[in-house]
Write a protein that binds this ligand. Sequence first.
Ligand SMILES: CC(C)(COP(=O)(O)OP(=O)(O)OC[C@H]1O[C@@H](n2cnc3c(N)ncnc32)[C@H](O)[C@@H]1OP(=O)(O)O)[C@@H](O)C(=O)NCCC(=O)NCCS
Length: 160
Amino acid sequence: MGLGLRLEKVTPDNVEAAIALKVRPDQERFVSSVVKSLAEAYAQPQPGTAWPRLVYDGDELVGFVMAFFDVRFDPDNPEDRPRSGLWRLNIAEGRQGRGYGTFAVRAVCEEIRRRGRSRLVTVTWEEGEGSPEPFYLSLGFRRTGETSGDQIVGELDLDV
Ligand SMILES: CC(C)(COP(=O)(O)OP(=O)(O)OC[C@H]1O[C@@H](n2cnc3c(N)ncnc32)[C@H](O)[C@@H]1OP(=O)(O)O)[C@@H](O)C(=O)NCCC(=O)NCCS
């Protein structure tokens, strides 16, 4: 892990590099492309719902993370509480296993804590060979027992 590890906003200067960022081909079924995530961020009716950020190590772009704040999985269900968490996490092919994913998750946790509304960090993942499930479990996320579509819902309590 380099010294200059940080998150940066997406800007006109770095957006092309951001879109060119790719996970391994066999991992593409677990995460949307950066371009799709940025389009979804732009299309949110409530500005500020999505928080897309680039992960840099020094001058090198190594990943993309997109958090969400206070969103319901099912907007029509009053029982479904608003949640915050991770919508997307893409660490570049060839740059995985170096702590960048962990850094991005911790940075999102920090942002959720800073905003002060929620102490819970939600993420969903797909099961299967190569699934990120072991990664999230190793960071302390626990399965809630819910699913969102065909995805497993995991949660991390920032107070524990
Ligand atoms: C999952 C992902 C974000 C992890 O990022 P990363 O930078 O490789 O993770 P880190 O280097 O911080 O790894 C932290 C730990 O998790 C482990 N880990 C990471 N990905 C793993 C996986 N797919 N399966 C099992 N363990 C994994 C690492 O070995 C490491 O363990 P260690 O601390 O014992 O060495 C990255 O592999 C990725 O982009 N995958 C493809 C897209 C994806 O699945 N995104 C998540 C969508 S919900």
